[in-house]
Design a protein around this ligand. Structure first.
Ligand SMILES: *Cc1c(COP(=O)(O)O)cnc(C)c1O
Length: 389
């Protein structure tokens, strides 16, 4: 049966049934696979046959997970990784050569920033950054040796929205690859390939797992690029474990219903915060007051589960707010069933100078909430009491 419908793809894309005719996909905890005879083995290794050889290369559980993400993102092929960061690193390592150059949004995930500033320069790969609110500045940064244009939307933690179609046009015009980390939106809310992305990366650890259990990552996109990434990964070993792939593939079955509720709760939280007297600013892509509201509406199905806001009183007020939180969790993860509150200026981004923080939209009082699936009245009640400092 062929369908375009997200929920059906998520549930009915399944690895081939075994002789036991199980209903739900079993777990293939096996490091290797056997061959019928010498000829079977030869043909498998020469890739005349498409089949599983060794779980560092492929495994039925990882293949099922990858196939679902490919269908959801409209991608030709993909490869699954142990973490989101191994997906990011392996994508760059497979596609770039010494001397190549990256143009990246300034507001990107912290470890990706670390990769660009601390590690890729060891191989003489440099990165130039553009301000996410000024895409006019992108083209001037592109050099003859630029190979990749990189961005995330919505951004973390300031939930800014980047015009993906515009980035796609710029990449095309300059014949460079557009790579988008689509972690905050998930394939349910946004499909960057439609807007011109060549590759899409996910940390599956976040909303794809959705229950704070396992780590995982995936890169999907054009088949020739995925082939390079696959060959790199087959030799270097960042593969997703079959167990985690099995968990993540099950998680995808409920991604649509979970995201509907996450986004409904997040919008309610954002609307509550917007009216609160102790708040300076609330940013949520589907609030009319968001500076890129129209862009968010154009490229996203719903606003996502992350709300950013600024408490009055700066750094100390942010810390005080966190100390008063009772129900929600103080944790580094996001995209969990449990609502998570973080204060970037005193934690994840405390090593940056205030000027550097401001460049990526992190004011001292900025709080990020990853809105979960608890009853939204309870989430709001907790935030409300914590704001009465
Ligand atoms: C968490 C995250 C990553 C890294 O994923 P891990 O699974 O933690 O390695 C990359 N990009 C974004 C936007 C993230 O939120």
């Amino acid at each position: 049966m062929s369908t375009e419908n997200f929920e059906t793809i998520a549930i009915r894309t399944q690895s081939e049934r075994s002789q036991f005719l199980e209903h739900s996909t079993p777990l293939y905890l096996t490091s290797s696979f056997v061959f019928e005879d010498a000829e079977d083995m030869r043909a498998s290794f020469s890739e005349e046959k498409q089949r599983n050889i060794y779980s560092r290369f492929t495994n039925p559980n990882t293949s099922e997970f990858v196939e679902k993400i490919c269908k959801m993102e409209g991608a030709e092929a993909g490869y699954a990784f142990a973490t989101g960061m191994s997906a990011v690193f392996s994508t760059f390592a497979a596609l770039l050569n010494a001397g190549d150059h990256i143009v990246s949004a300034r507001s990107i995930f912290g470890s990706t920033h670390g990769l660009f500033t601390k590690f890729l320069p060891k191989w003489n790969i440099e990165t130039s950054y553009f301000d996410v609110n000024n895409l006019d500045s992108v083209e001037a940064l592109i050099l003859p040796q630029t190979k990749i244009l990189y961005a995330e939307s919505p951004t973390n933690p300031a939930v800014d929205i980047l015009d993906l179609e515009r980035l796609g046009q710029i990449a095309k015009k300059h014949n460079i690859l557009l790579v988008i980390d689509n972690c905050f939106a998930t394939p349910y809310l946004q499909n960057p390939i439609k807007f011109g992305a060549d590759l899409v990366i996910h940390s599956a650890t976040k909303l794809i797992d959705g229950q704070g259990r396992v780590l995982g990552g995936v890169t999907v996109g054009k088949a020739d690029l995925i082939r390079e990434i696959y060959l790199f990964s087959r030799n270097t070993g960042p593969a997703l474990s079959p167990f985690n792939a099995w968990v993540l593939s099950k998680s995808l079955e409920t991604l649509a219903v979970r995201l509907e509720k996450h986004c409904e709760n997040a919008l309610a939280v954002a609307e509550f915060l917007e009216k609160h007297h102790n708040i300076n600013l609330v940013k949520y892509p589907f609030l009319k007051s968001h500076p890129q509201y129209d862009m968010a509406k154009k490229q996203m199905k719903l606003g996502g589960n992350v709300v950013a806001f600024e408490v009055k009183g700066g750094l100390e007020a942010g810390r005080e707010f966190l100390n008063r939180i009772a129900l929600c969790s103080l944790s580094a993860n996001l995209g969990d069933t449990r609502t998570i509150v973080t204060h970037p200026a005193s934690t994840t981004h405390s090593k940056l100078t205030e000027a550097d923080r401001l460049e990526v939209g992190i004011t001292d009082g900025l709080v990020r909430i990853s809105v979960g699936l608890e009853n939204v009245a309870d989430i709001i009640a907790d935030l409300n009491q914590a704001l009465e400092y």
